[in-house]
Design a protein around this ligand. Structure first.
Ligand SMILES: Nc1ncnc2c1ncn2[C@@H]1O[C@H](COP(=O)(O)OP(=O)(O)O)[C@@H](O)[C@H]1O
Ligand SMILES: [Mg+2]
Length: 394
């Protein structure tokens, strides 16, 4: 915009910038998504399908040959294409004939409590949204019933699911409605189905800020349940429907984050391995501990199954990064996840079109670039899956 010399009026300038940006974003969104079309999930090749199902491609082919599983769509060249629904259906058939129960449907069983994971850090850009959506999608592809909860007023997660938070949930429909102090709605009423089989979404949006503003007053008026218990209380209505609930937290340690934490069974702290981020994480951990002490003394339940540091934007050939990672591993040993999320242009490029690695087509990318990013994200999710299984005593 204007580049005049001298003084200018900051509020006018910012308003102009806001309007320009908003118009540009609107046209970008129109280009990315057709005006009224919701997102749709692509199909998966036989190789991808077998990997997701955890079987070999030859076994998958044999099952088709033996007519153990329904036929799926095929290209004109005869290559099979699997939708996420196909995969779930095949997974269920595999489970029925499996020798050990839970080989293919690995979600919770009777008596297992729902696993609630918070992706956390007060550093913006550390990969909370990226890691939480990839984990949610991979777990859903692996047959888990997932609820993704966006508690960031910036609502990036909601946007990634193809919603336009500033239009779709302007007045109502965000998670705020389920935890607000006056007339909260049942959680089930704010849940949205998504284009991604196996994932439901509790949307975020700017309205969530209200919770931060209203909580001090609610505390003075002793409104029950208090902020830290409201998310857990609201979730109770729907948690039977899910194996895993994933919170994408805002980059701050406010009441929303505390409320998600107090509902959680596991925490993943995303960290970019450079010294500035590690220093800021040190403050973050200190503040978290102080705040958690306060809510714990007030009666919050603080029983967790696990806490892990998840290294993001990892560059294996970067010497200084290696040192920081070694430092973290020495300090926190098992609490640092074995698999890091690689820094990858496949991840950031997919993000530019509001997509994930699981949504984009491999052919859109340089093969090695795509495969390396996919492998790294799969390894991270597999490790998370192991933590879930362990929490369920398996
Ligand atoms: N491993 C990665 N490699 C490349 N880009 C990444 C990676 N992780 C995140 N990004 C990009 O960095 C930006 C910030 O990530 P995001 O997950 O939104 O962070 P946060 O939610 O913590 O603010 C996004 O544009 C995302 O696409
Ligand atoms: Mg985010």
């Amino acid at each position: 915009m204007p580049s005049e010399q001298g003084h200018f009026n900051i509020n006018t300038r910012i308003r102009e910038n806001a309007e320009d940006l908003s118009a540009a974003l609107e046209s970008h969104m129109l280009k990315v998504f057709a005006p009224d079309a919701r997102k749709a999930l692509r199909t998966f090749s036989a190789g991808e399908a077998a990997e997701i199902l955890g079987i070999s491609t030859s076994f998958l082919r044999k099952m088709h040959f033996d007519e153990k599983i329904p036929d799926v769509e095929a290209t004109s060249g005869g290559r099979r294409l699997y939708s996420a629904e196909n995969l779930l259906e095949i997974r269920k058939i595999l489970e029925v004939s499996a020798k050990t129960k839970g080989s293919y449907m690995r979600g919770r069983r009777e008596g297992d409590k729902v696993q609630v994971l918070s992706f956390l850090n007060f550093k913006g850009g550390s990969g909370k949204t990226t890691s939480s959506i990839h984990a949610a999608q991979r777990l859903a592809l692996r047959g888990y019933r997932v609820l993704a909860v966006d508690i960031d007023p910036q609502a990036s997660l909601t946007t990634l699911f193809g919603y336009r938070p500033e239009m779709d949930f302007l007045e109502s429909g965000t998670i705020y409605d389920a935890i607000r102090y006056d007339d909260p709605l049942p959680f089930s009423q704010i849940i949205q189905k998504t284009f991604f089989t196996g994932i439901d979404l509790a949307p975020g949006g700017l309205l969530l800020q209200e919770f931060e503003h209203e909580t001090p007053q609610a505390l003075r008026n002793n409104i029950q349940p208090p902020f830290y218990a409201r998310m857990a209380a609201a979730l109770q209505e729907v948690e039977d429907n899910y194996d895993v609930i994933i919170f994408d937290c805002p980059p701050q340690l406010g009441y929303l984050t505390m409320s998600a934490l107090c509902a959680s069974t596991g925490v993943l702290i995303t960290i970019v391995p450079n010294m500035l981020d590690v220093a800021s994480m040190s403050q973050f951990l200190q503040m978290s501990a102080d705040l958690l002490d306060v809510v714990s003394n007030a009666g919050a339940d603080m029983q967790f199954d696990f806490l892990r540091f998840l290294i993001n934007r990892y560059e294996p050939n970067d010497g200084p990064q290696q040192q920081v990672v070694a430092f973290l591993r020495q300090l926190f040993s098992d609490e640092v996840m074995i698999a890091p999320m690689l820094k990858s242009t496949a991840i950031s490029d997919a993000g530019l079109t509001q997509q994930t690695i699981y949504e984009v087509e491999r052919a859109q990318f340089h093969r090695n670039t795509y495969d390396r990013a996919l492998d790294s994200l799969n390894l991270v999710s597999d490790e998370i899956e192991m933590l879930l299984q362990k929490a369920w005593g398996r």
